[in-house]
Write a protein that binds this ligand. Structure first.
Ligand code: MLT
Length: 404
C-alpha cells in the first residue's frame, strides 16, 4: 500500500488566498447584486506594456515558421534574457553577477517554494512574522518545521522574527541561530522595508553564523527611497551567503504570463559544494525552461520603450498606494507601507481581529482585503490592502471605507 507525504497532513487550513477566494465566492453567491472591489491578492490589473505585447507577437510569428520555430527552451534560460538581466538588473547597479548565475523560471512563487529542496532536512528556517505563506508552507511539506501549535499558530522548529509597529517592522537577529533566513524586501505583506545599511548587517550576520539568506526581491521596482538596496548583491559579501529571487509579476504585470529568475552565485558554497551547481542540477531535472515567447516578453522589459512603459505602470500603482495611505490616514486609520511597495498595512480599528475586519469590510463596504493574521501570528490586528487595483476601483473602495 502506498503512503502519502504525511507532512501535507500537518498543513493547517487551505492556502491563504484560496481561503479568501472561497469566502468571497460565498458572499457573492449570497449577494449577487453587490459590486465587490478586490484589493486582496496582489494581482495586477493593468494590461501588459505595448513593448511586451509587440515582442510576444513577434515571437508568436517566429513560432509559426519552421526556420524560426523554438522547441524546448534551454533549461536554465535563453542567453538573450540572462544577458539582459545581468546588464540591467545587476551591472547597472554595480553588482558583479554573471549570466551563468541566473536561472530563468516560471516565477518567484515556484522558486521560493522549490529552493528549500537543495537544503538539508534538519536546517532551521527563520522567517519574518508576518510572512508570505509560501516560505513556511513549502518547508512544512518538506518536513522541516516540526509541530504546529494551533493556539499560537506557530511551528515548533521555525524561528519567527516578529515585524510589528513597535520595531518599525524591521526583523531583529533571532536568539536561536538559523541556517536559512527568508527575507522579502520590500516586504510582502507589510509594504515596509529596511535600508541598505540594515541589509548589510543581515549579510554580515549570515556570513558570520554560516546561514544562507533566501532574498525575495519581487517588489524591488517599487522602491522610491535612495537608501534602499534593489538587490542584496549591492551589499558586500552577499555572494557568499545569499540567493536572490526575482519576479516579472509585479514590475511588468506578468502574474498571468509567468516569468521569474533566481540568482545563485558561484561563490555560495557549503564546504566544497557549489549551490549554483546543485540548483542547475535541480532546475535541469525538474524544469523544462520558460517558454520562448515569454522569455522574449521578459527581454522586452529591458528595452528603452519597455523600461519607460513599466516605469509608468509602477507609478500608476504607486499613485493608488499614496491615495490609499493618505485617504486612510485622513479617516483615522494607522497606516504603514505604500512608499517602497504596493501594499498598505493598516491597524484594524476598534481592536477588531484581522478576520473580523475582513468580514466587516466585505459586508459593509464590499471591499476585499487580506487579513494580517493569515500571514502569521504577528499579523493579527493588521490588514493588507493592495495598490494593484485600477485607479477607479481604488478610489471607489476608499470612498466606501471612509463612509463606514
Ligand atoms: C500576494 O498577494 O501576496 C501575492 O500576490 C501572492 C503571490 O505573489 O503569489
Amino acid at each position: 500500500m502506498f503512503q502519502i507525504n504525511e507532512n501535507y497532513q500537518k498543513l493547517p487550513g487551505s492556502y491563504l488566498f484560496s481561503t479568501i477566494a472561497k469566502k468571497v465566492a460565498a458572499f457573492t453567491e449570497a449577494n449577487p447584486d453587490k459590486d465587490i472591489i478586490r484589493l486582496g491578492i496582489g494581482d495586477v490589473t493593468q494590461p501588459l506594456a505595448p513593448a511586451v505585447i509587440e515582442a510576444m507577437h513577434k515571437a508568436v510569428d517566429e513560432m509559426s515558421k519552421a526556420e524560426s520555430f523554438h522547441g524546448y527552451a534551454p533549461d536554465l534560460g535563453y542567453d538573450f534574457l540572462r544577458n539582459a538581466i545581468v546588464e540591467n538588473d545587476y551591472k547597472a547597479r554595480g553588482c558583479d553577477i554573471s549570466a551563468d548565475e541566473i536561472f530563468v523560471s516560471d516565477g518567484a512563487k515556484s522558486d521560493s517554494s522549490n529552493i528549500q529542496e537543495i537544503f538539508g532536512a534538519k536546517n532551521r528556517i527563520a522567517v519574518c512574522d508576518p510572512v508570505y505563506p509560501v516560505y513556511v508552507d513549502s518547508n512544512v511539506m518538506a518536513g522541516r518545521t516540526g509541530v504546529y501549535d494551533a493556539d499560537t499558530e506557530m511551528w515548533s522548529d521555525v524561528i519567527y522574527m516578529p515585524c510589528v509597529m513597535e520595531n518599525g517592522f524591521v526583523p531583529e537577529f533571532p536568539k536561536e541561530t538559523p541556517d536559512m533566513i527568508y527575507l522579502c524586501l520590500p516586504n510582502n505583506p507589510t509594504g515596509t522595508t529596511i535600508t541598505k545599511a540594515q541589509l548589510q548587517e543581515w549579510v554580515n550576520y549570515a556570513n558570520k553564523v554560516g546561514a544562507v539568506i533566501i532574498y525575495d526581491a519581487a517588489y524591488e521596482a517599487y522602491i522610491s527611497e535612495s537608501d534602499v538596496a534593489h538587490s542584496i548583491y549591492e551589499c558586500e559579501g552577499a555572494k557568499t551567503c545569499a540567493i536572490e529571487l526575482k519576479s516579472y509579476s509585479k514590475n511588468a504585470g506578468f502574474t498571468g504570463v509567468r516569468l521569474g529568475y533566481t540568482v545563485v552565485p558561484k561563490e555560495l558554497k557549503c564546504g566544497d559544494v557549489s549551490l549554483n551547481g546543485m540548483w542547475a542540477r535541480r532546475h535541469g531535472t525538474k524544469f523544462n525552461g520558460a517558454p520562448y515567447i515569454v522569455q522574449r516578453a521578459g527581454e522586452a522589459t529591458y528595452s528603452p520603450q519597455g523600461k519607460a512603459q513599466l516605469k509608468d505602470q509602477v507609478a500608476y500603482y504607486m499613485k493608488n498606494a499614496s491615495m490609499i495611505k493618505d485617504g486612510l490616514q485622513e479617516a483615522g486609520y494607522t497606516v504603514f507601507g505604500g512608499v517602497n511597495a504596493p501594499y498598505i498595512w493598516l491597524k484594524t480599528p476598534d481592536k477588531m481581529t484581522s478576520w473580523e475586519f475582513f468580514d466587516y469590510l466585505l459586508e459593509n463596504a464590499n471591499v476585499v482585503g487580506t487579513p494580517g493574521s493569515g500571514f502569521g501570528p504577528s499579523g493579527e490586528g493588521y490588514f493588507r490592502l493592495t495598490a494593484f487595483g485600477s485607479y477607479e476601483n481604488t478610489l471607489a473602495a476608499l470612498a466606501r471605507i471612509k463612509q463606514l
